[in-house]
Ligand binder design. Structure first.
Ligand SMILES: Cc1cc2nc3c(=O)[nH]c(=O)nc-3n(C[C@H](O)[C@H](O)[C@H](O)COP(=O)(O)OP(=O)(O)OC[C@H]3O[C@@H](n4cnc5c(N)ncnc54)[C@H](O)[C@@H]3O)c2cc1C
Ligand SMILES: NC(=O)c1ccc[n+]([C@@H]2O[C@H](COP(=O)([O-])OP(=O)(O)OC[C@H]3O[C@@H](n4cnc5c(N)ncnc54)[C@H](O)[C@@H]3O)[C@@H](O)[C@H]2O)c1
Length: 447
C-alpha cells in the first residue's frame, strides 16, 4: 500500500488546482486520472474550450473541417500545459488509471496491469459528469448517433443534424452547426424554448435562431432511432413526426460521474439525484473525504468547480469563512449567436418571490456600439427592487453579453444600488455604456 498526504481522483478544474496548492504546502499528492486524453479535465478537452473555439471559428467563416483541426491543436496545447504543470511538480505523482474505492480511505488503481492500493488521510473526488443517454429504442450504437464529445471529433459536417434536448448543449451545438452550414432540427420535450429564462428574452432567442435557420420541435421526445442507409437515420417522435438526419446529437443532460468508483465499499452517501452528498464545506459523509465539481451535483460549470476548490482550500488552510452558504450570485452564458447571459432573477421569479420591481429594457440595436460592430440583434433586460433599489437580475441577450454580465454580478454581490451602473462614466463606444440607458428604470429619483 502506498501512502500519500492526499489522493485526488480526477484531473478536473478543482482537482488540478487543489493538487498544485497542496503541493505548495509540501503535501505529498497523488493525482489519479483514468484517461490520458483528459489531463486537465472535461472543460479544456471536450467541453468549454473546444466548443468555444468552434463557435468562434464558425462565426469567422472558417470552414468546419479547418475549425475542427484548429480545435484539436488548441486542446492538445492546453492538455500538455495542464499535464506539465503537475507532472513537473516534485510533490505530485500522476497515475494514469481508473480509481476505485475499496474502503473509506483506500483506493485501488492499476499500474502496468498490476493492482496497487493507495491511501491518504485526505481524499478528494473530482470525477465530473457523464452524458445522460435517453431511453431510445433502436440502434444507439450507430455511428450516426453522437454525444457532444464524439460529435466534435467528426471531421465532416453533417448535412442535417438532429439534436435531442434544448438545454445548453442542444442550443450551443444548434447555433454552432447551423453557422457552419448544417441543417439543424432541435427536438425538445419542453413546450417552449428555454423555460427557465425570461419569456420575452426566450422569444427573442427563438426568433433569431429560427431566422438563422434552426428548426424547433417542441413537446416531443425521440422514441426510436432506425438506420435508413449508411449516411442517414430516422427518428420517430412521441408526437407522431419522423425526422431524418445524417447525425443525431444526444444532449439530454449530464449526470454526476460515480461509475466504477466503488462507493458501495465506503460510507460515502449519495443524494436522491445520484450525486455525492456533501456538507457546506464539500466534505462527504466520510470525514476528510471531499467531493468537488460536477460529481457533487448542482450547477455544472467550470467556474463552480473552481469555486469548490476555494471552499476546500479555505477549510484546509483558511478560517472556514467561505462555504457553499457564502456563495453569492452566479452568472452564466449560453454561447449561442448572439450569446445569452444571465444573473439573478427573471421577472417571473421576482414576481413569485413577492418583489415590487421596475424593469429596464433596451434593444441592442438602439446602442451605438451595436452599429460599430454591425450586430444589431438582441434584447437586454434588468429588474430592480423598487424598495431597496438593488438589482434583482439581468438577462442580456446580445453581443458581448458574456463580459457584461460579470459587471452586473459584481454590483449585485456588492449590494450596490442600480444607480451605480446607471451613473458610471463608461468609455465609448463600448457595450457596457449601454448600462447608462438600460438601468434608467422608472423609479422615482431621489438624487
Ligand atoms: C459540451 C460542453 C460544453 C460546456 N461548456 C461550458 C462552458 O462554456 N462554460 C462552463 O463553465 N462550463 C461548461 N461546461 C461544463 C463544464 O465542462 C463542467 O462543469 C466542468 O468541466 C466540470 O469539471 P469538474 O471539475 O467537475 O471535473 P472534470 O473536468 O469533468 O474532470 C473529471 C475527471 O475525472 C476523470 N475521472 C472520472 N472518473 C474517474 C475515476 N474513477 N478514476 C480516475 N479518473 C476519473 C475524468 O476522466 C475527468 O478527466 C460544458 C460541458 C460540456 C459537456
Ligand atoms: N455555456 C455553458 O456554460 C455550458 C455549455 C454546455 C454545457 N454546459 C453544462 O453542461 C450541462 C449539460 O448540458 P445539457 O444541454 O446536456 O443539459 P441541460 O440540462 O441543459 O438540458 C437537457 C435538455 O434535454 C432534455 N431532456 C432530458 N431528458 C430527455 C429525454 N429523455 N428525451 C428528450 N429530451 C430530454 C431536457 O428537457 C433539456 O431540454 C449543463 O447543465 C451545463 O451546466 C454549460
Amino acid at each position: 500500500m502506498l501512502t500519500y498526504d492526499a489522493l485526488i481522483i480526477g484531473f478536473g478544474k478543482a482537482g488540478k488546482t487543489l493538487a498544485g496548492r497542496l503541493a505548495d504546502e509540501n503535501w505529498n499528492v497523488a493525482m489519479i486520472e483514468k484517461d490520458p486524453n483528459m489531463y486537465g479535465g472535461t472543460c479544456i478537452n471536450i467541453a468549454c474550450i473546444p466548443t468555444k473555439v468552434l463557435v468562434h471559428d464558425g462565426l469567422k467563416g472558417i470552414p468546419y473541417t479547418d475549425a475542427i483541426e484548429r480545435k484539436d491543436r488548441v486542446v492538445e496545447k492546453l492538455r500538455e500545459k495542464n499535464y506539465k504543470s503537475l507532472a513537473d511538480n516534485e510533490n505530485v505523482t500522476i497515475y494514469n488509471s481508473e480509481a476505485r474505492f475499496i474502503a473509506n480511505k483506500e483506493v485501488e488503481i492499476q499500474i502496468d496491469g498490476k493492482k496497487e492500493v493507495l491511501t491518504a488521510e485526505h481524499i478528494f473526488i473530482n470525477t465530473g459528469a457523464i452524458s445522460n443517454i435517453p431511453p431510445l429504442k433502436g440502434d444507439l450504437t450507430s455511428n450516426k448517433v453522437y454525444t457532444s464529445t464524439s460529435l466534435m471529433d467528426r471531421k465532416k459536417l453533417p448535412q442535417h443534424l438532429a439534436i435531442i434536448g434544448g438545454g445548453y448543449i442542444g442550443m450551443e451545438f444548434a447555433s454552432m452547426y447551423r453557422t457552419f452550414g448544417a441543417e439543424v432540427t432541435v427536438i425538445t420535450p419542453e413546450e417552449e424554448l428555454l423555460p427557465r429564462e425570461d419569456r420575452e428574452i426566450a422569444a427573442e432567442v427563438q426568433k433569431i435562431m429560427t431566422e438563422k435557420g434552426v428548426r424547433f420541435i417542441f413537446g416531443a421526445r425521440a422514441q426510436e432511432i432506425k438506420e435508413v442507409n449508411e449516411d442517414e437515420v430516422s427518428l420517430s417522435l412521441s408526437n407522431g413526426e419522423t425526422v431524418n438526419a445524417n447525425a443525431v446529437l444526444l444532449a439530454t443532460g449530464r449526470k454526476p460521474n460515480i461509475e466504477h468508483l466503488g462507493l458501495e465499499n465506503t460510507s460515502i452517501e449519495l443524494t436522491e439525484d445520484g450525486a455525492i452528498k456533501v456538507n457546506e464545506h464539500l466534505e462527504t459523509t466520510v470525514r476528510n473525504v471531499w467531493a468537488l465539481g460536477d460529481v457533487k451535483g448542482g450547477m455544472q460549470f467550470t467556474y463552480i468547480s473552481l469555486d469548490d476548490y476555494r471552499i476546500v482550500e479555505n477549510y484546509l488552510f483558511g478560517d472556514l469563512g467561505y462555504s457553499l452558504d457564502s456563495r453569492k450570485n452566479i452568472p452564466y452564458t449560453m454561447f449561442i449567436d448572439p450569446p445569452l447571459s444571465r444573473v439573478g432573477l427573471t421577472a417571473k421569479e421576482a414576481e413569485e418571490k413577492g418583489y415590487e420591481f421596475a424593469e429596464g429594457k433596451m434593444l441592442v440595436a438602439s446602442h451605438p456600439r451595436a452599429h460599430v460592430i454591425n450586430d444589431l440583434r438582441g434584447l437586454f433586460k434588468v429588474f430592480i427592487d423598487k424598495k431597496t433599489k438593488k438589482i434583482l437580475g439581468a438577462s442580456l441577450f446580445g453581443p458581448e453579453s458574456p463580459e457584461l454580465i460579470n459587471l452586473v454580478k459584481l454590483a449585485m454581490d456588492l449590494d450596490a444600488p442600480y444607480t451605480l451602473l446607471r451613473d458610471q462614466i463608461y468609455n465609448h463606444p463600448v457595450m457596457s455604456e449601454s448600462f447608462n440607458t438600460l438601468f434608467n428604470v422608472p423609479i422615482k429619483r431621489t438624487v
